[in-house]
Design a binder for this molecule. Structure first.
Ligand code: SAH
Ligand code: SF4
Ligand code: F3S
Length: 439
């Protein structure tokens, strides 16, 4: 048997890229590749990239520059760019960086084995189509390689919302939901291999409408069906849009015990004027009402969100409205970003807010969000939570895992195995994680 070729994949961006990287590794596994943790001994390097903000996209080019010496040392080394930068910039990457052999978009990576052959034959290959066929149907069907008791499972891809700032509808394409049977099959397989927690993924996951045996299923019904799987203990989903939060999904937070009490629900801004300019199609008020309904169903729901500051036209007053919304909601944790103009999006044409102003706003918003995060964590002290243990911690004897609320929790010298769920009492907070003792 020929010696296995080594594949190094570096993943940027969202969880869907993490999922895709695993699928790419499996696709190339069929061509004789095994993954390696080091770029130095790789026969193929793939960067699975993110285009969401300018900084994310630029990272790719600086990373590629660093591979020059590796390629000089090993002329057989092939370098590929996958993901959303690949989709957005395709041929441009080939022009800017001659050492790239292969560019593949998020919807065509099932074609990697054929592209790899072309590249080994000395060609450069680009494929950023939005093909007719479903890539999932052309990826290896065998069991997924499992390394942890938690796994991602893509159920929906793409976005039809076209928020004025966002590249996702262009890089991932139109909304597509995978059929129910395929998702249940993949989930069963994960559970058989020891997975206890599945996070359902989609750019707009709560818009899920997949074909079931009796017509279209929404996300709530899919979650309820998954919850019947013995051995699967926890279900999460991300990322949701406020406008697709349907009644049944809100109810599931109250009556489906396997659905974890954590929800990432981006709002972006607290100003209706800015929300309108962003094409978000919801208001600050409608978002707050929605949170109230969710909390009525599940009072201990921990909320997470995304915010953009310095969107074109954002005044001091608009920003204060964002701060007011954050105070009104009370987030357990959240992500916030300075607006970054993205080529091809409607907002890129509009005059921006001065950078110093945007930076100052971001600082204030992040200070408030961090304060809320710490307060939420501190409120856990003395309480009992369930932890799914995922790996050994940094210190000797430590094990770390996640609570229902997605808090990182570490316990010293517990008698637990990886993959086990145990009750613990939270004793304190150390910066970003909670210290606990087994009950
Ligand atoms: N599908 C998800 C996430 C999209 S990207 C959703 O709709 O919420 C993740 C986050 O990146 C967004 O929620 C937004 O806050 C941020 N983001 C997207 N485009 C951006 C841009 N041009 N500049 C700054 N932040 C951006
Ligand atoms: Fe982007 Fe808006 Fe779609 Fe989210 S809903 S992926 S922010 S266009
Ligand atoms: Fe980035 Fe593409 Fe995800 S742009 S956030 S990797 S969908």
């Amino acid at each position: 048997m020929a010696e296995a070729k080594k594949l190094f994949i570096k993943t940027y961006g969202c969880q869907m890229n993490v999922y895709d990287s695993e699928r790419m590794a499996e696709a190339l596994g069929a061509s004789g590749y095994v993954t390696t943790d080091s770029a130095d001994d790789a026969d193929m390097i793939l960067l699975n990239t993110c285009h969401i903000r300018e900084k994310a996209a630029e990272k790719v080019y600086s990373e590629l520059g660093r591979f020059k010496t590796l390629k000089a040392a090993n002329p057989e080394l092939k370098i590929g760019v996958a993901g959303c930068v690949a989709q957005a910039e395709g041929e441009e990457i080939m022009r800017r960086q001659p050492l790239v052999d292969l560019v593949v978009g998020p919807q065509t990576y099932h074609r990697l084995p054929a592209m790899e052959q072309a590249v080994r034959a000395g060609q450069r290959a680009v494929d950023t189509e939005f093909p007719e066929e479903d890539k999932f149907e052309h990826l290896p069907k065998g069991p997924r390689a499992i390394r942890a008791p938690t796994a991602f499972l893509t159920v929906q891809e793409g976005c039809d919302k076209f928020c004025a700032f966002c590249v996702v509808p262009y890089t991932r394409g139109a909304e597509v939901s995978r059929p129910v049977a395929r998702i249940l099959g993949e989930a069963r397989d994960l559970v058989l291999r020891g997975v206890r927690e599945i996070t359902l993924l989609g750019q707009n996951v709560n818009a899920y409408h997949g074909a079931g045996e009796d017509g279209d299923w929404g996300l709530a019904r899919l979650i309820r069906e998954l919850a019947k799987l013995d051995g699967l203990e926890r279900i999460r989903f991300t990322t949701s849009h406020p406008n697709d939060m349907e009644e049944d999904l809100i109810a599931a937070h109250g009556d489906e015990p396997k659905l974890m009490p954590y929800l990432h629900l981006p709002v972006q801004s607290g100003s209706d004027r800015i929300l309108k300019a962003m094409n978000r199609k919801h208001t600050a008020e409608s978002y707050i009402r929605l949170i109230e309904r969710l909390r009525a169903a599940r009072p201990d729901l921990l909320l997470s969100g995304d915010f953009i500051v310095g969107f074109p036209g954002e005044s001091d007053q608009d920003f204060e409205e964002t701060m007011a919304l954050v105070r009104a909601v009370g987030y357990g944790q959240a992500y916030s970003f300075k607006y970054s103009p993205r080529p091809g999006t409607p907002a890129a044409e509009r005059a921006g807010v001065p950078d110093e102003v945007a930076s100052e706003r971001l600082q204030r918003l992040q200070a408030l969000l961090t304060e809320q995060q710490y307060a939420t964590q501190d409120a856990m002290i003395g309480r009992e939570v369930s932890v799914l243990f995922e790996k050994p911690g940094r210190e000797a004897g430590q094990m770390v895992g996640k609570s229902e609320y997605l808090h990182a929790v570490h316990v010293t010298n517990p008698k637990v195995q990886i993959g086990q769920i145990a009750r613990v009492r939270v004793m304190g907070r150390t910066s970003n994680s909670l210290a606990a003792e087994l009950v």
